[in-house]
Design a protein around this ligand. Structure first.
Ligand SMILES: [Zn+2]
Length: 352
């Protein structure tokens, strides 16, 4: 790998290069139509882009709380208002069961979290005061990501209106993340088959997906790719399989170039059976917690590029919205709907 020498503007670390090298030689065995249990109460009735949403993706928080909880229903609201999505496209996920969550999280943590036995210090680290509503919200959100992945495997592409809680570790939550939905979706699907299944997690939230990186640190069949702002949270980074750490203030063109440099060769060499895409909008210039300078157009180009490149490679892709922080909930919700708009364009252009 010569990347280390060629890219002075960012630091790049590739974990276990041998592993990646080996995968170049392996033939990717594609699976037939997957037999799956769909975590859904209602099946979608159209051939349009599947969108996964639940009205319980939200819970009550103090009005001055920093986390913009109100964004989740507004994302779907704007998609419907702008006629990007119609009601029939919307799939409803089930609550993630304890058994499902246990493929990633420890029994002790699940017992404490679900039953409200999380200590105050622990709650501070998550950024949320514990409530039963919070537990329900996180479990529906995780169920949503699992369903999105399952539909994507059938239809080629599907998008949730939540998800991307990548700072959650097996035994604790952190940074507004209580359950690691991406990890649960990946592990659950892989565990349902005796044949080998590989998952690529493309995490373009502005913060490193440290929980996900940790969970899959020794899992050769999950490749974690994170592009994040190096000076941003979390202070102590974990090691993803590929970390691209960018400087503060990066703008559209430079940022997109980073993604374009790596995604094609990752798809070709790792040859995933499924891609989970965290389309966090916190690299946006207006974001309260990001430190980059992407525009709406830049985010649209990014999402269009990622989704189209993955779809073009013949790999199913499921998207989650990831992080985004603003006091202006509607402005933020519209920003989060960029990924669904980009996915809709790919869906139509590729005749899916
Ligand atoms: Zn983030």
């Amino acid at each position: 790998m010569t990347y280390l020498k060629q890219k002075p503007l960012f630091t790049l670390a590739i974990r276990d290069k041998c592993r990646l090298g080996k995968t170049l030689l392996k033939i990717n065995a594609r699976h037939g139509p997957p037999k799956m249990f769909l975590h859904t109460e209602r099946m979608s009735g159209t051939r349009d882009l599947p969108v996964v949403h639940h009205n319980k993706y939200v819970c009550d928080l103090a009005p001055d709380h920093r986390f913009p909880m109100g964004k989740f229903p507004r994302v779907l609201h704007f998609l419907i208002k702008d006629q990007v999505v119609i009601d029939k496209q919307v799939w409803t996920p089930n609550l993630a069961s304890e058994e499902l969550l246990a493929c990633v999280h420890t029994k002790e943590y699940l017992d404490n979290f679900i039953n409200g036995k999380i200590e105050e210090k622990e709650q501070m680290r998550t950024g949320f005061p514990w409530s039963d509503g919070l537990v329900q919200r996180c479990r529906y959100e995780t169920g949503g990501t699992v369903l999105t992945a399952e539909i994507a495997l059938q239809r080629g592409l599907a998008c949730s209106t939540a998800g991307g809680t990548h700072h959650a570790f097996p035994s604790y939550g952190a940074g507004f993340c209580l359950l690691n939905d991406l990890a649960v979706a990946a592990k659950h699907w892989m565990g349902k088959s005796t044949s080998r299944r590989k998952v690529l997690i493309v995490d373009l939230d502005v913060h490193q997906g440290d929980g996900t990186a940790y969970i899959f640190r020794e899992e050769p069949d999950v490749f974690t790719f994170s592009v994040h702002c190096g000076k941003n949270f979390p202070v102590r980074k974990q090691q993803s399989d590929l970390d691209v750490s960018v400087e503060d203030g990066m703008e559209d063109k430079e940022y997109l170039a980073k993604v374009e440099t790596h995604l094609p060769w990752l798809l070709k060499s790792f040859r995933p059976d499924l891609v989970l895409y965290d389309a966090g909008v916190d690299p946006h210039w207006e974001d309260e917690l990001g430190r980059l300078r992407l525009t709406d157009q830049g985010l649209y180009q990014r999402d269009l590029y990622v989704i189209d490149t993955v779809v073009k490679s013949g790999t199913p892709v499921a998207t989650v919205i990831g992080g985004g922080y603003s006091r202006d909930i509607d402005r933020l919700a519209i920003r989060h709907s960029i990924v669904h708009r980009a996915a809709t364009q790919v869906w139509k252009q590729r005749g899916m």
